[in-house]
Each structure stands twice: as C-alpha cells, then as structure tokens.
Design a protein around this ligand. Sequence first.
Ligand code: MSP
Length: 643
Amino acid sequence: MSKYITTPIYYVNGEAHIGHAYTTFIADTMARYERLKGEDTFFLTGTDEHGQKIEESAVKAGKQTQEFADEISAKFKNLWDEFGISYDKFIRTTDEAHMKGVQKAFEVMVAKGDIYKDFYEGHYCVSCETFFPETQLVDGEFCPDCGRTTSVVKEESYFFKLSKYEDRLLEHYEANPEFIMPKSRASEVVNFVKGGLRDLSVTRTSFSWGVKMPKSIGDDKHVMYVWLDALLNYVTALGYGTDEAQMDYWPADVHFVGKDILRFHAIYWPAFLMSLDLPLPKHIGAHGWWTRDGEKMSKSKGNVVSPKEVADAYGVENLRYFMLREVPFGQDGDFSQRAFIDRINSELSNDLGNLLNRIIGMSGKYSDFVIDSKDVEKYHAKELAKMNEVLDSLDVFMENLQTHRYLEELWRLFAIGNGVIQEYEPWVKMKNNQEDEALATVALVANILARAAVMLHPVMPETTKTIADALSFEISQESYQELVIDKKLLKLFNIKKVPPLFPRIEEPLMAEAPKAEPNPPKEEKKEEKSPKNEDNLIEIGQFFETSLKVGTVVEAEEVPKSKKLLKLQVDLGEEKPRQVVAGIKEFYSAGDLVNTQVCVVANLKPAKLMGMMSEGMLLAAKDEDGLCLIRPEKPKKAGTPIG
Ligand code: MSP
C-alpha cells in the first residue's frame, strides 16, 4: 500500500514563519513514520505563486513577478533543505507541468458541464484571494477573515457549479466521519455547506499573473482563480494532465492544513475532484494557529517567530519536538521560550539524555561497554511487558495525528527505564556480587532506549540516529520490524560514547519579543494565560489592544454613486473630528445621524474606501431585520473610552 502526505503550498509573498514550519514538521514526521513502517510514501510540499497578492508584493519589492516568486520560493526550499525535510517533490505553481495539469482539469470540468460564463459582482479580499458575500462582511466593507478592506469587483468570469455538489458533499461528510480531522472541526464545514453553496467564480480578468485559460477555450483575457490553481497542485504533482506517472499515489492520505484554509480543502477541493471523477483524499488534517507569548504574531508588532532563528539558537530537532509535543493537534498553540526551555530541560535533557548517559557510564564501568541481553527476560519480565504495552499503544495516536499524545506515551518508556534503575540499583548489586542481575538491568534499559529511539525517529531523525549509533544499531524498516513489532531484544552489542545530546539551557538564547502596547496591569496578565488553547477565545490583552470610544456625529453626507456608504465627521474629543466612511446608507439617512452618538473603533489603521480616507469604524449589529448602530445608553462626552 502507498501513502501520500501533503503540506499546503506556501504563498511566496513573505518568508517562512513558525506556522509554516509547524505544518511542515507534522507532515514530515508523518511521512517518516509511514516510511519507517515500510509504506511506500510520497511527501509533497511547495509554493503557491500566482494571484494578485503576489503580483502586488513583487511590485512593492520593485521586481518582476517571476523573479520575485523565484527568490521567495527558493528561500522556502532552502529552509526545508536546511531543516532536513524529507519531501519527495517540491512543487511550484509556476512549473510548466503544473500549469498544463490545471488547464487539463479545466477542460475536463468544461466537458463535464460544470463550468459556465457569467458576470461576477462581489466583494474581493486580495489578501485572502477570496470573494465574500455581503452578509459576511464586517461593517459592510471589511474582510471577515483578515479585517482588511475588500473591494467591489465586477467582471466577466467562468463559474464552477459548486452548488451542484452540495448534496454529494454532505453525503460524503456523513459517510466518512474521519474526513475532517480533528472531528471537532467538521461541524463548521457541514454547517457552511448546509447554509447553501453558491457557484464559484474560478477565473479572473482583473490581473494577469495566473495560469492561462486552455487554448481550447480561446478566451485569453481570463486567468485561473488562484485557489483552483493551487488546490490542483496535489494531483499535478503526481503528473495529472501530463504524464500521470505517479497518479497511483492518489488519493492523498492526509492534506495537512491550517484551520483558516480548511474550507477550501474540505468543500471546494472535494467538489473539484468529484467533477474530475477522481477519488477524494482520505483525511484533511486541520491544525490550529500559533501565537507568541500569548499574542497573535504580526509583522507590524515585530513578534513573528522565525523558525530559522529558533533553529539556529536551539536546534531544529528540539523545535520539532517542542511543537509536536506542546499542542493537541487541531488546537491553537503558544510559542514561548520559557515553555520551550522547560521541555528541553525536563523531557529531553533529564528524562532521555540522562538515561542514555547513565547507560553509557554503567556499561563502561561494569562491562567494558559490552551489553549482553541474555538475562533480561529472567530478571525483568514485568518491565518488558510494560515496555511492549507502550510500544503497542503508539500507532493509534500517530494515525489520529495526535503527536502530543504519541510523544507523551512514548515518554512512558523513559519513565520505565529511569524507574528500573532507581528500583534495582545496579551499583549496589555489583558490590553484592549480583553481577548478572545488575547487567540485566543495564541491558534492559539499553533495549528500552533502542526502541524509544526507533519510535522517536520520525520526530527527531538526526538525534535518534546518534542514539542508535551509541547502541550500535541502525534505525530502519528492519530494525522497526524486529524491535517494535517482533519485540526482539538486541542481543550482544557494544556501547559507544557520545557527547551529551541535550545540554541544559539556563537562559533564553534569543531576544524576547517586543511587548505589546499598552501593557495591561499585572493581575490581568495572569488571567490571560488560562484560555490560551481554546479556539475563538481571545486574551484580555488582545481586547485592550482595541481602542473603543464614544463619538458624536457632527456632519454626515451621502457618498455619490455608492449604494452603501455614508461619509461622517465624528467628534472623538480630539483636535478635529475624524472622517469615518461607513456602509450604513441602506439603514440610516445622513440627516438622521447628525448630533447622535456612536461607538467607534478609534485605533484602526486608516483605510481608503472608494478613494476616501476612513479613520475609524462604527460598531453595529446586523441580523435578518437589518442593521442598527450600537450607541451609549445615555449621552457621554465625545472621546469617552469604552471598556
Ligand atoms: N497558499 C495557501 C495554501 C494553498 S494550499 C493548496 C496559503 N498559504 S499561506 O502561506 O498563507 O499559509 C500556509 C499555511 O500556514 C496555512 O495552512 C496556514 O494555516 C498556516 N499558517 C499561517 N499562519 C499561521 C500561524 N500563525 N500558526 C499556524 N499556522 C499558520 O494559505
């Protein structure tokens, strides 16, 4: 049987951050785990290089788009090479073969009757490369995912009949409860589909940096929508539409993705595949987001964790271990140097590193670095049984993508090893002429370490090679079979000295992230910690980052040619009123607003709406009966903070 594992392909508009590293580490771990078990495994990663966002980033950088994409794509590839990521293919959406495959897929969809031409008018967020229906926009204008201003786009477009696949998708989720992992994420997808799917605009005419239409369509002004182009990478990487050489690997076993792009993978992608008459991937594994010291990472705050910087300071394998151990798959995780150092010192250095050192030391002293396992079964049947029980329990955690549970369980082996030394005190037995018993204990622990090294190998490939080297064996499919499956002991072997694998870390090795302003008071900071892993909960500090104020509308006028916008001058107790452009015209007339009070988000970056600067946002509530502004219950001085 073969296995196919993928990461998302990364946009080439910025450098890799710790979130990208996390997906790549899990996927790499899974691929290595499958290979260890003897599965013929194909592991794909790469870069997503088309679309308006990349085109705009290249312009900002003063480069040709292709040159810009080449540079950033190479940075991703070099980083993964430096990190020893064991990908089988690094795909780029600007690869000729990929682009041909996308055109082929489009032709198949046309032949299937799933593509038609029409006009699209909608709100487009360039940053997310996504159209949003008006009902989902924040304050009538802003992207519900990233908060940036959307723009109204009306253009001719080819549409994919997504609505046609609604029932089949729902049937698929129902029949395959493990399609979306963790299962807790499935309901958001199912509800979205049940809410009704609109056909998807899959071509653009407003920019040209994309896969061209197939010649057979003969409509040169269109390029493919970036998500159609990007999702197809999972099959074009195997040769779809060109040589089909590796299509035997399809369907994918797991597409690893962040929770923000689950919808694309769990709705659009299966619908595209149904249209192409290809089988669906077995699992979409959606992980949570990483914060730093409890705060969202952002370039403007200067607190983005660079995986390269962390790896240079602490070692890439320690980082892999930390990220995979720290977070239950699917939940958000927090990167803090304190938590990272604690895990290195207590779990890697104490539990594992010290155990290996003790075995090297004792075997040197008692048996000239030679280990003989002949009496292990006689004296340690109980511990062997416990060890085997742990080994048998591990697979299910990895298959369920629960790397934190896998590692937690694996660490029970070190507890058995450390426990047995404490209980049997081989040094006392050596003095009491019970040499056989003492050496059996040392041999037992060496065998425990060997198994642990094999099972830890997918997470820490190089470190475990050193451990195996110290125990004179090699980690391979064969040793996995013998030690882990057949439970054979390493019989007679030498121990080699190796330098300490995990030196203790006393002080943080990297500069701390700049603190967010304003600093919340101390007591509140304590409370911030508790809900850090809960989805959709924010910390109190994040709330205080938003400055909300009472404002008095001093002037209001309609924006010509806009169905939705009013231009307001709002007094916030500052030197002069602020201009706020708000999408409320359908619900309020300009005259009714003057001299009324509103609640304003006062520290939002100014944004341009229809060419006019807007320096704030009004709070409002909207349901099926329409929109109403949120106002203070009693008049308050202009500029009064809301908290
Ligand atoms: N190009 C698309 C994916 C197309 S796949 C057919 C894309 N690229 S991305 O570079 O923006 O993001 C890649 C991955 O990084 C996503 O899975 C996203 O969830 C993940 N992350 C981005 N920021 C993250 C964190 N702060 N934490 C964890 N993962 C994060 O989306």
